[in-house]
Design a protein around this ligand. Structure first.
Ligand code: 5GP
Length: 214
């Protein structure tokens, strides 16, 4: 049987640059697969259905929730966002790591369900910079920006539930840190030791055999 892949949860306040860092991470070669989320928000220009998100109606989304087909979901600024369960399970079963980029309510749900996932929090250098980024992006009204900042303060307090914090002062550096964290997670003793269980037992048997002969 193949070893199950790692579930990597990359999260943090909206506007902190999760999407940009994620894009940088997936620019080059890597061994993990991105889980495309489902949402009820409107498709933005340049976005592709099935690649950026699965764009669905509220009815369709609620049907998925009722059928137990979402690993997690959250209502965020008036829209649903969530992770379809099937892709995640199939990919992990296939021995590949799965990378989720989700907001914090969803990350907490994953923590409840999959406590041994790897939780990485992307933090802004400071809230002033976060505000500037949201204004610079030009996709939100001033009221929406204030709403997002209030939410961001609450979200930053949630850092304590994560395993790692990466500060997004430079996209390139943050992306590289995330990759290094994932690589290091694969070397954790508790993840590796099971693979050696057979060998350890065999050695013990041999050792006792030798003793008996002597
Ligand atoms: P946006 O509308 O800017 O694409 O995304 C808004 C927020 O929703 C971002 O913080 C993004 O990370 C989060 N998000 C995207 N996909 C998911 C998901 O599947 N689940 C949850 N909980 N949040 C998501």
């Amino acid at each position: 049987m193949k070893d199950r892949g790692l579930l990597i949860v990359f999260s943090g306040p909206s506007g902190v640059g999760k999407g940009t860092v994620r894009a940088k991470i997936f620019e080059g070669e890597n061994d993990f697969s991105y889980s495309v989320s489902m949402t009820t928000r409107k498709q933005r220009e340049g976005e592709t259905d099935g690649k950026d998100y699965f764009f669905r109606t509220r009815d369709e989304f609620e049907e998925k929730i009722r059928s137990g087909l979402m690993l997690e979901y959250a209502e965020y600024v008036g829209n649903y966002y969530g992770t379809p369960l099937e892709y995640v399970n199939a990919t992990l079963d296939d021995g590949k790591d799965v990378f989720l980029e989700i907001e914090v309510q969803g990350a907490l749900q994953v923590k409840e369900k999959v406590p041994d996932a790897v939780f990485i929090f992307l933090a802004p250098p400071d809230l002033r910079e976060l505000r500037e980024r949201l204004v610079g992006r030009g996709t939100d009204t001033p009221e929406a920006i204030e709403g997002r900042l209030i939410k961001a303060r609450e979200e930053i307090r949630l850092m304590k539930d994560y395993n790692y914090v990466v500060v997004n002062d430079q996209v390139e550096r943050a992306a590289s840190m995330v990759k290094q964290i994932i690589a290091a997670e694969h070397t954790r003793v508790e993840r590796v030791i099971e693979k050696y269980a057979d060998i350890l037992e065999e050695n013990e048997v041999n050792y006792y055999d030798v003793k008996t002969i002597n």
